[in-house]
Design a protein around this ligand. Structure first.
Ligand code: FES
Length: 127
């Protein structure tokens, strides 16, 4: 049912935890299953995501997609990270079962929320 990559990221999730003085925080939940994903990012002066951590209370697909999204954006610019979608995360995991595609929305949405939080804070600080 799940690819080797999904099983690997589920069994050995990367970048779990929290960041001291995170630049941006994103949290989203799936109202149907009740699963929740929390992402924290640290952004440097060059708009590069130099660190990212997550905590996900959810199914195997939610944990695997959370882990994969952190690997995909670490070291990338904010603009590159904004282009990541649930489809690109699922593809990086060699696919997800169709009934589990909605789980990958959590990872992409939480990432985008964290970026938005960072942008909002930066804008507020410059006013
Ligand atoms: Fe809830 Fe997968 S079943 S995110």
């Amino acid at each position: 049912m799940y690819s080797q990559k999904v099983m690997d990221h589920f069994m050995n999730p990367r970048n779990v935890g929290k960041i001291d003085l995170a630049s941006g925080v994103g949290e989203v939940g799936n109202p149907v299953c009740g699963d929740i994903m929390h992402i924290e990012i640290k952004v440097n002066d060059d708009d590069i995501i130099e660190d990212i951590k997550f905590n996900t209370f959810g199914c195997a697909a939610a944990i695997a997609t959370s882990s994969m999204v952190t690997e995909m954006v670490k070291g990338k610019t904010l603009a590159e990270a904004e282009r990541i979608t649930n489809r690109t995360v699922a593809e990086a995991l060699d696919g997800l079962p169709e009934v589990k595609m909605h789980c990958s929305n959590l990872a992409a949405d939480a990432l985008h929320e964290a970026i938005k939080d960072y942008m909002d804070k930066r804008q507020a600080a410059s006013v």
